[in-house]
Design a protein around this ligand. Structure first.
Ligand SMILES: *[C@@H]1O[C@H](CO)[C@@H](O)[C@H](O)[C@H]1NC(C)=O
Ligand SMILES: *[C@@H]1O[C@H](CO)[C@@H](O)[C@H](O)[C@H]1NC(C)=O
Length: 369
């Protein structure tokens, strides 16, 4: 009997702590848009092959259950929710039937694995929530929220909320470079394609602004040529694949520039950019400095660098996920996600432009009464 009593009292304690945190911080909602790096389960509800709802995904969560997150444990939005920035429970996937009533004001996650800036990105995954649809759902969400708390309060919740958007990587790996001579690569040179992506991304960010978003964290792509999948397919020597590295090097600085332009257009720091390419490069050039034994081999997968195919129960699986920068052929491990979020919260101007998230939120609480 004794052990279960201890367990129960821990659970009660956990509940009390969770409740008090929510009361203190309940003021700020969190909305998430983008692709598999930030999807926390929307694709579980869709007929698509882009999903992470079976083991060993989620192996390092308390329940060891696969939830649809492309991680062994927490993903980037989870660390932001659980961390000092918001101190609230993680948002539910927008398609979850549990997202209703009291859960609505906490926020929602609209992200969907496989999507890109462009509608024709990820067509092979068939039934996924493309960006225009994620934004449509955000509008629908706001109507539901207004029905619950009233129009003015709903507006306030959205204006005060933190928004995260992570999209763009798939426009390269699941579009331009998906097959040799892809339609987009015949249509555009790489520099022209990057300019086109940035101009389309700009429209998405302006739409977010129109829908009431006022604090928007935008992440760049990682060093796309260095992920285990690309090493396996393009670079047996283990050097990061040149073309994808060139793509990341063109895309990320233009994204920052576009964001700076939007901020001056709106006359406020609405958007902040996170240099995920630089941070991930840091792991890749010096994995041991971050406590990783490898940044080339995925923990879960098969083939060279465990970079081929999907991560399933039949794949190789490393015993200690914390030693790997990459969990599967494309996605960072839980520990790597935590390091990326540390950068977002408190990184210097080498990583965060024009400021880190802590500074943005502090600025905001000074101006709020
Ligand atoms: C994507 O498709 C939607 C719906 O058909 C359309 O409204 C939108 O303009 C398209 N976006 C782009 C960039 O073509
Ligand atoms: C965030 O950025 C500011 C300004 O660049 C810097 O002074 C500060 O040390 C950074 N970290 C935190 C936790 O605010």
């Amino acid at each position: 009997m004794a052990p279960s009593i201890v367990l129960v009292s821990w659970m009660v304690l956990g509940l009390v702590m969770a409740t008090s945190t929510t009361q203190v911080e309940a003021a700020r909602a969190f909305f998430v848009f983008g692709d598999s790096l930030v999807d926390n389960g929307n694709n579980n509800f869709l007929a698509t092959t882009a999903r992470a709802d079976s083991p060993p995904y989620g192996i390092d969560t308390p329940s060891r259950r696969a939830t649809g997150r492309f991680s062994n444990g927490k993903n980037i939005p989870d660390f932001i929710s659980w961390g000092d920035a918001l101190g609230s429970e993680p948002t539910l996937p927008y398609l979850s039937p549990e997202l209703k009533g009291d859960r609505l004001p906490v926020g929602a996650n609209f992200a969907s694995a496989g999507i890109g800036i462009l509608n024709d990105t990820g067509v092979q995954f068939i039934n996924i929530i493309r960006m225009y649809k994620q934004l449509k759902y955000f509008q629908q969400y706001q109507t539901r929220l207004a029905d619950l708390v009233g129009y003015e309060e709903a507006q306030r919740i959205v204006n005060d909320a933190l928004v995260l958007i992570t999209v763009g990587g798939n426009d390269f790996v699941n579009n331009y470079y998906l097959v040799p001579f892809s339609p987009r690569s015949r249509q555009f040179s790489l520099p022209d394609y990057v300019r086109y992506l940035i101009s389309e991304y700009r429209k998405l960010l302006m739409r977010l602004y129109d829908l009431g978003a006022r604090k928007v964290l935008v992440t760049g792509t990682g060093p796309m040529g260095c992920v285990p999948a690309e090493l396996a397919m393009r670079s047996p020597s283990g050097q990061c694949a040149t073309e994808l590295q060139r793509a990341a090097a063109l895309y990320n600085p233009q994204l920052v520039q576009m964001i700076n332009e939007l901020n001056s257009q709106y006359g406020a720091n609405i958007f902040i950019a996170a240099n995920t390419e630089q941070k991930t490069n840091d792991f890749i050039t010096n994995p041991t400095a971050y406590g990783f034994t490898t940044s080339k081999v995925a923990c879960c997968g098969q083939g060279p660098y465990n970079g081929l195919g999907l991560c399933t129960m039949l794949s190789n699986l490393c015993p200690n996920r914390d030693e790997y920068a990459f969990w599967d052929p494309f996605h960072p491990s839980e520990r790597a996600n935590g390091i990326i979020v540390d950068m977002i919260l408190s990184g210097s101007s080498n990583y965060m432009s024009p400021m880190n998230l802590s500074s943005l939120l502090a600025l905001d609480s000074n101006t709020r009464t």
